[in-house]
Every structure is written in structure tokens, then in C-alpha cells.
Design a protein around this ligand. Structure first.
Ligand SMILES: C[S@@+](CC[C@H](N)C(=O)[O-])C[C@H]1O[C@@H](n2cnc3c(N)ncnc32)[C@H](O)[C@@H]1O
Length: 387
């Protein structure tokens, strides 16, 4: 530990924070910032990245404190070892490796810290969410999860062992790895694994598709759920669509790598009537992984908490309803709509299910997927049936 070095790094951190306007993801901003500041060595880059994430992990808590003090307390909550804490707040050093609850109590006494201050809108969460556990989970980076395509289970496991990666088997097809593991280093695994969060993988239990059925993934993006559907039920016929052509090009690439050749893809803005494109087509199942607040993934992008407010939530709720109104008409009688969000908010979850009921659908199953219990994202999934 070198106090002079820490003082220099703190100066760089303050400069970094002043440059960051929250308009792009923190990860992207950091890449750009380090490119512009090539004099920084690997150690400085690592330290500044870690501090930045920790700083944003405490969300809106301790907002009145000066930057350095706030960062030091964020480091205290998010780390078990920290030179910054040792230098800036030596009194806290002895409890750095104490359980999180002890550290929270300590900061509550000394600084008036409260867990709810991290993100006060958490009061609007789905009733099934354990608020304290969720907020505590924001103080930790979630794990990295991969899904193995079933034909390659043995081969992928051998490769993971060969590369001496530390991993935990959640199921034969789901593996958890320490965050920061870079899977793109292993080209031999391309197409055989997908990086996909645990909760996202669990939505597959709601698909219950059958061979020969025709399914529409209506917000497909780069194909996370489509690949999950197809690799779980290879006999389905698939239409994928999204409003963004660029992201559908990523889907094409991933499908190609996974060896999927036969699928249809269309560019569709679901806030408008898609009948010009879809005609009278009706589907045996629709996956609706709808645009949402993303609040269930803030453990990975804690900076998003800074600018989120009730107005943005209301925007997503309205967007979701206008999309749902367009889409449900394309279900065959009794066919399932799989409604998915990566949101913690009741307005985007249970209340949208109630809205779908009000326009004639029946709920078969719904669940908040509590990723905060597994170092994963928190999501919501519902299976609703058309009249
Ligand atoms: C939650 S993401 C989908 C993620 C994807 N299903 C996956 O598993 O990786 C939501 C997607 O909805 C798309 N979207 C947003 N507004 C839309 C609209 N009006 N019509 C169609 N798609 C839209 C976005 O481009 C985004 O790719």
C-alpha cells in the first residue's frame, strides 16, 4: 500500500467521474476513458474500474458526502480488502472482512447509512421481492453464467477443465463462473455455449413448446431467448423480429455459429400495427421479452440507478401496454404468451399480467425469478393463454 499512489489514483477518479455524464454504459465509458489516458498502467485501470463500480453500487445513498469519503464507504461495503479504506478510514479497516450486516450497522451508526437509500423506488417492487436481500445483492457483482447446448455438454466440460477454469455446475447445461471470466478467449467454444444469465435460462421452463409448432420471438434482440427456445425444442418453427436491424444482424451471426439455418426474421416496430407484415398469420406461442426498466440487472450496471425515476418507469409501462395490445392478436386460441421482463417493479410485472387478463388472457403460471438469491439477475416470467 502506497498512500501517495492512492492520492494520485483518487485524483484520476475525480477526473473520471467529472467526465462521465451517465449517457452511456459505465463499461463503455471506461474503455474510452482508458484509451484517452494511455499513461495509466494496468494496475491503475483495474483500481479505477473497481472504484467506479463500487461508487455506483451504493446508488443514491450517502449522496451528501464528498466524493472521496463516499467512495471510501462504498469500498468498505463492497470489498473485503481495500487499501483505500486502510488509508482514508483506518477505523473501519478491522471490520472490512466482517459480514455485510455488521458493516451496514456500522455505517448506519456512524454515517446514517440505510440500505433503502440505495434505491428508494424499491418500495414499488413486486410483492415477492425480498427488499433487503435485493438491495444487498446490488453491492456485489453477479456471477457469469453460461448455457451449454445439449449435444456439447461433455465436450464443453472437458474444455473448461482443460483451461483450469473455476466453475460451479448448476445443472448439466448451466454453469456459473466468477464474474470477469472472459469466454471470448476460447474460440473452440463458439456456438456450443451461450453467455446467458441464470434467470434468463430459467424462463425456458415456461415455454413448453412442441415439435412442429410455430413460435414468434417478438423482441428477439441478438437472440438470447430464441436460441434458448430452439435449443430446448429444436422441432419448433421460428419467426424472430425486433425494431433494430443492427441487433438482428448479431442474431444472424449467433444462429449461424449455433448451426441454426431455418428461421424467418423481420424488422417490426410493435407499437404500430404489424398486420402489413404478418397478414393473418397466427402462432402456437409468442415470446414477449419486453423492453423494460432493466432494474433486475442493475447488479451488472449499477450506474443505471442514478438517473432512473418514476417518469421512466411510467414510460416503460405505457410502451409495454401498446406493444402487448398489438401482439396478443397473433396468438392461436389457447396458445401461450410468454411475458418476460428483467424488472423488479410490480407495474411492469404483476400489473401488466393483470392488464393482459383485462384484455382476455388467462394466467397459467407466473413467477419472480429471484436472481438475488443466486448471484444472478432478477426477472419476471408469466405464461398466459389466449382466449
Ligand atoms: C429485453 S430486450 C430483448 C432481449 C432478447 N429477447 C434476449 O433474450 O436477448 C427488448 C428488445 O425489444 C426491442 N424493442 C424496443 N422497442 C420495440 C418496439 N417498439 N418494437 C419491437 N421491438 C422493440 C429492443 O430493440 C430490444 O432488443
Amino acid at each position: 500500500m502506497n498512500p501517495k499512489r492512492i492520492t494520485q489514483q483518487l485524483r484520476s477518479f475525480e477526473r473520471l467521474l467529472a467526465d462521465y455524464d451517465l449517457k452511456q454504459p459505465l463499461a463503455k465509458f471506461l474503455t474510452h476513458f482508458f484509451k484517452e489516458n494511455r499513461q495509466m498502467g494496468a494496475n491503475d485501470r483495474r483500481t479505477l474500474s473497481r472504484w467506479s463500480y463500487h461508487y455506483f453500487r451504493i446508488g443514491k445513498a450517502l449522496a451528501d458526502l464528498p466524493t472521496v469519503e463516499r467512495l471510501t464507504l462504498a469500498e468498505y461495503l463492497c470489498s473485503k480488502e481495500s487499501d483505500l479504506v486502510s488509508v482514508q478510514a483506518p477505523a473501519l479497516r478491522t471490520t472490512l472482512d466482517a459480514p455485510l450486516s455488521v458493516k451496514i450497522d456500522r455505517l448506519a451508526q456512524d454515517y446514517g447509512f440505510e440500505l433503502d437509500h440505495i434505491f428508494p423506488l424499491v418500495r414499488l417492487a413486486s410483492p415477492a421481492l425480498a427488499i433487503s436481500l435485493f438491495l444487498e445483492s446490488l453491492l456485489q457483482q453477479p456471477d457469469l453464467f453460461i448455457r451449454i447446448s445439449p449435444p456439447y455438454i461433455k465436450e464443453v466440460r472437458q474444455q473448461l477443465d482443460k483451461h483450469q477454469l473455476t466453475y460451479q455446475e448448476i445443472s448439466p447445461t448451466t454453469i456459473a463462473l466468477p464474474n470477469g471470466t472472459n469466454m471470448s478467449q476460447y474460440p473452440e467454444l463458439v456456438g456450443k455455449i451461450q453467455v446467458q444469465d441464470l434467470s434468463s435460462q430459467q424462463t425456458a421452463h415456461y415455454f413448453k413448446a412442441h415439435d412442429g409448432e410455430s413460435w414468434w420471438d417478438a423482441c428477439a434482440a441478438s437472440g438470447g431467448k430464441s436460441l434458448l427456445l430452439w435449443q430446448t425444442f429444436p422441432g419448433v418453427k421460428l419467426l424472430v423480429s425486433d425494431i433494430r436491424n443492427s441487433i438482428l444482424r448479431n442474431l444472424d451471426e449467433r444462429f449461424d455459429q449455433a448451426g441454426i439455418k431455418h428461421y424467418r426474421r423481420k424488422l417490426i416496430d410493435l407499437t404500430k400495427d404489424p398486420s402489413v407484415i404478418l397478414g393473418n398469420e397466427r402462432f402456437d406461442g409468442i415470446i414477449m421479452d419486453i423492453p423494460c426498466s432493466g432494474s433486475g440487472t442493475w447488479g451488472r450496471t449499477p450506474e443505471m440507478m442514478q438517473l432512473f425515476d418514476q417518469q421512466k418507469l411510467a414510460y416503460f409501462v405505457e410502451l409495454q401496454r401498446s406493444i402487448l395490445r398489438q401482439v396478443v392478436r397473433y396468438l392461436k386460441p389457447n396458445a401461450p404468451l410468454i411475458y418476460i421482463t428483467c424488472s423488479i417493479f410490480a407495474n411492469e410485472n404483476e400489473e401488466q399480467v393483470a392488464y393482459l387478463e383485462s384484455i382476455g388472457l388467462r394466467v397459467a403460471q407466473m413467477e419472480l425469478l429471484k436472481g438475488y438469491e443466486h448471484r444472478a439477475d432478477t426477472m419476471f416470467v408469466a405464461r398466459l393463454l389466449a382466449p
